[in-house]
Design a protein around this ligand. Structure first.
Ligand code: PAN
Ligand code: ZN
Length: 195
């Protein structure tokens, strides 16, 4: 039996510093072009700058059955056109695996959907424990003025399917209307055919 040494990671007061060998993934707008619906607004931002949209601090846990992968996502505040900054979003490759999110800072929405296009939102703020049940695709959206910082934990063998979301998009968009977040239909959403 391979025993992994027990360990802890430190999360700083801003909820954004995970030490102990954590890997930091940086997601900039140039790598998220297909995520935002307003392509003109996206190109306009990219002509000036390539802003960081979010970072993920990943604790060193094997991505295998039995482990609990965990870390912290720091999603910055901002918009591309009317659309708030958000994560790529994905389904778990092993679809029957859930996930827990814990809000450390900021405010936002978790956008959840099934492959058939049923959708839900969960408001998240510091203290929110949000549960993503198996089979629900999920994306985080920062609707506030501060970084949205979320701790996450999911089964090590869950895997990530980004291709489906890239092909279908999400059923709903989260946009600013009169300065407030609104959840509106995505006219380009194409639900996956039930096989
Ligand atoms: C989270 C996400 C993280 C970044 O850890 O991976 O928030 O979002 P994307 O993976 O969609 O870029 C999670 O849901 N893991 O399964
Ligand atoms: Zn996930």
């Amino acid at each position: 039996m391979d025993l992994l040494e027990p360990f802890a990671t430190f999360i700083g007061p801003r909820g954004d510093s995970l030490e102990s060998g954590a890997t930091r993934l940086v997601r900039r707008l140039s790598g998220l072009r297909t995520v935002f619906s307003d392509q003109q607004a996206c190109a306009a931002v990219l002509s000036r700058d390539d802003p960081v949209i979010y970072e993920v601090l990943v604790a060193p846990v094997p991505e295998t059955e039995g482990h609990l992968c965990h870390g912290v996502t720091v999603l910055l505040p901002g918009r591309v056109g009317d659309e708030y900054f958000m994560t790529k979003g994905h389904y778990h490759r092993k679809s029957a695996t859930g996930e827990v999110y814990y809000g450390l800072r900021g405010t936002g929405l978790l956008l959840l959907q099934t492959r058939q296009g049923d959708w839900r939102t969960i408001e998240v703020a510091a203290g929110t424990v949000a549960y993503v049940p198996p089979h629900w695709g999920h994306r985080s959206v920062n609707t506030g003025e501060d970084p949205l910082v979320l701790l996450y934990a999911y089964p090590g063998d869950a895997g990530h399917d980004y291709d489906t979301i890239e092909a279908t998009g999400f059923a709903r968009l989260v946009v600013a209307r009169n300065g407030r977040p609104a959840v509106v239909e995505n006219p380009r959403f194409a639900p996956t055919q039930v096989r």
